[in-house]
Design a protein around this ligand. Structure first.
Ligand SMILES: Cc1ncc(COP(=O)(O)O)c(C=O)c1O
Length: 484
């Protein structure tokens, strides 16, 4: 174990303890009672989060400040860890010494400039499409797409696990109907489309359209969209009218899938079949911002109907330079690390499923790794895996990994439904095979502790790291986090 990280975790000013302390209820405290009514009411709302230990806090990240293993950040290609993107960014900026720090307006009101247009053209061409619109984030991109593109009377069909930003956009859309289908379920997709076509003559005749929302890789599951199959179903049912179109959010495949990281759509050769693609630069590509890719009609509709194009400042040159720097890196040999990540994922599944405790852990329900089933047959192994245990053990498992210096992310409500909390583990180009094997080894050290407790072979009621956290919590008068 790396002492610097475990000490900082264990210290009372460490992020873990700060996070736990932040869950102390506030609305009934004497300080809060003396606040003006408005603030008291807000604290009451925050208390609803605290009561379920789901209040978020903005804290120092241990994986950035210690030598702990990063199995949680978005820096999938490790361009920030290695400094590759920084060097490329500075070189790109250096090539434009007279740059303006601000764009000076919204895209349609004095905020346009030649550089952003060049980069958009370059990226769109590289992705095999006509036009691109660079925006401040993929979150914004989804809000823009879904609030702007569906016309009155159109219908949105979405995979039930699409990102919060798609829901945010859909809420603002003019679509007459929004219908979800079971995650990655092609039969459910067919049923949903058929029932809409049956009940909506306007759609069936092609006077209105269906827009389909999917993601190439699902961020909280780590699985891949069966895009080709969905597209075939849509083609068959639309009978050549072109009234069923797809929007593919490539946030978690950008930089990782396809030729030089161009994404799943390019990997499958579907550039001409997908109406809209969204890429982010805030994950594997090591920067910030997003791009919406489509044809000129799509771009024009976004510029005119998405309020952010009109009422929010255009991304500035330094912001766009970081994006271009990443794009230039994608084709270089030192940046072709996506394959390494696949290898790490393979190591993970191999070590997991060959461990002698795996069958018992799985059958007893102590452990579940949904992506472990059929992993050898899948053409893509992604950089995201989720590890599940019984809900009351989630924090025991989290504390164990944190104390063993593996930083993983607990995913809880409101990000996922209540009762579906899990640990999310992400692999990065700079992670090593030894780290992945060490992680699996720790996983089974923890499983063994749980087995011993459940079978009455241990005198303890909780696993070691959990006992340490609970001893401190009890001293501080804190509860929750699966405390026994
Ligand atoms: C599927 C998906 N779309 C969009 C976003 C938003 O990305 P950004 O960080 O660029 O706003 C995320 C962020 O996690 C995501 O997972």
């Amino acid at each position: 174990m790396d002492n610097s990280s475990s000490n900082s975790l264990r210290s009372s000013s460490g992020p873990l303890k700060k996070q736990i302390e932040a869950q102390r209820l506030q609305s009934q405290s004497p300080q809060t009672k003396n606040l003006p009514a408005f603030y008291r009411n807000v604290e009451e709302a925050l208390d609803a989060r605290r009561a379920t230990q789901s209040l978020f806090s903005i804290l120092q990240n241990n994986w950035q400040t210690s030598r702990a293993v990063d199995f949680c950040s978005n820096d999938y290609l490790s361009w920030n860890t290695t400094g590759l993107i920084r060097t490329a960014f500075l070189a790109e900026l250096g090539a434009h010494p007279g740059f303006s720090v601000a764009a000076g307006g919204s895209r349609v009101m004095e905020g346009n400039y030649a550089y952003i247009e060049d980069v958009e053209r370059e990226i769109a061409e590289w992705h095999g499409t006509k036009a691109g619109l660079i925006v401040n984030s993929a979150f914004d991109a989804n809000v823009m797409v879904w609030s702007a593109l569906p016309r009155p009377g159109d219908v949105i069909v979405y995979d039930n696990l699409v990102h919060a930003s798609t829901h945010e956009g859909m809420e603002r859309s003019l679509a007459i109907q929004k219908t979800g289908f079971d995650h990655n379920d092609t039969k459910a997709f067919r049923r949903t489309l058929s029932s809409i076509l049956e009940s909506s003559p306007m759609v069936k005749q092609g006077r209105r359209s269906i827009l389909v929302a999917v993601e190439s890789v699902y961020s909280m599951e780590g699985d891949v969209c069966p895009l080709l199959e969905l597209l075939e179903i849509a083609d068959e049912l639309s009978e050549g009218l072109g009234n069923i179109q797809f929007v593919v959010d490539e946030t978690h495949s950008a930089g990782l899938f396809g030729p030089d990281g161009a994404g799943l759509v390019c990997e499958l050769g579907l550039e001409k079949d997908i109406a809209v693609r969204l890429h982010t630069y805030s994950k594997a590509m090591g920067a910030c911002g997003g791009i919406i890719l489509g044809n000129d009609t799509i771009k024009s509709a976004l510029v005119n109907f998405a309020r952010a194009s009109i009422y929010s400042a255009s991304p500035s040159l330094p912001f766009v330079a970081a994006i271009r720097a990443g794009h230039k890196l994608l084709g270089t040999p030192e940046a072709r690390e996506a394959k390494r990540i696949q290898q790490l994922a393979r190591t993970f599944f191999e070590s997991l499923t060959s461990h002698p405790l795996w069958p018992k852990a799985r059958e007893s329900g102590i452990l579940a790794v949904p992506l472990a089933s059929g992993w050898k047959e899948r053409p893509f192994l992604t950089h995201i895996v989720t590890v599940w245990t019984r809900q009351n053990y989630l924090y025991w498992m989290l504390f164990h990994f944190l104390f063993a210096s593996f930083f993983v992310l607990p995913v809880k409500h409101p990000v996922v439904p209540i009762g579906e909390s899990r640990l999310r583990v992400t692999f990065h180009a700079e992670n090593t095979v030894e780290q992945v094997e060490g992680f699996v080894q720790q996983l089974f050290v923890w499983v063994q502790e749980v087995v011993d407790i459940e079978e009455g072979k241990s005198q303890h009621k909780a696993t070691g790291a959990a006992r340490e956290v609970y001893a401190w919590m009890k001293k501080e008068g804190l509860t929750g986090y699966g405390m026994v």
